[in-house]
Design a protein around this ligand. Sequence first.
Ligand code: FMN
Length: 302
Amino acid sequence: MNMSITMAEMSFRTPLLTGSGTFGYGDEFKSLVDYNTLGGIVTKSVSLEPRAGNKPPRICETSGGIINSIGLANPGVDSFIANKVSLLPIDETRVFLSVVGNSVEDFLAVVDKFETIADISGYELNVSCPNVKRGGLEIGGDQDAVAAIVKAVRAITKRFISVKLTPNQTSIAPMAQAAVDAGADALTLVNTLIGMAIDTEKQRPLLGNVTGGFSGPPLKPVALAKVWQAAQVVDVPIWASGGMVNGIDCIEFLLAGASGLQLGSVLFTDPFSPQRVLNEMEEYCSHHGVAEISELVGALKV
Ligand SMILES: Cc1cc2nc3c(=O)[nH]c(=O)nc-3n(C[C@H](O)[C@H](O)[C@H](O)COP(=O)(O)O)c2cc1C
């Protein structure tokens, strides 16, 4: 069975990737994950300046999933380059650097510095974090702002660019189209939904930031619909992100039109999930006479 897949002229060993912020910078999972099971990893988002993140608590459980308000805590691009790049599993799998910023200039400055790092497969532009006051939703909900960022980054790099969009918008199609028209090679769909949870004994929010990003299995139907809707209007590869915990979840996303599958919150409850999920996908393929996993992409019969 051939589990490899080609996207934007790049070959991936499998369609499985790890979602930004759920796999650190790759080094933490080295003893837990067999990189042969992955097509690539996406790093935690990196910004121009170091970010301390939001007030704790920053993560809580809720019905069927989790809400996080990490607030994009990260060491900033210079410290990342000095201390983290050498730890990236570049020899083991494809590495995509996630970039976040408050403005076009921020994105450009980070990507410009990343261009000096050899053997990186590309970038994921995070224009969709719900946990920051600037740079997140204001940008992610504004087509012109997203297009301006993608266009500017496109002009300074030949590397692959995926643009990660927010599900916190009624229709994903115009935003997907705007990102692709501006030069995106792929789309990552989707980031977290805005969520909130309350401790009724204390009558206080469970998160220091009050609201956060809701992820995990309940996000799956929303993400699936966004992937399907975007796949109707754009002709670039789509990386699915949202609630996948098993191989059948992944098959659903492939059928809806995704060719990359990012595991996220499931890595916290089951760090070994990439191997299990890949086995489950292979099992599905053998039961359904699928010789090449790529046959399933967009194969939904409607
Ligand atoms: C703790 C945590 C931190 C995250 N940090 C980032 C981040 O830095 N950048 C980003 O683009 N997405 C981030 N995400 C979003 C995930 O990459 C993913 O898009 C989202 O969780 C939905 O997938 P899931 O339901 O499989 O977790 C984070 C998610 C979680 C749970």
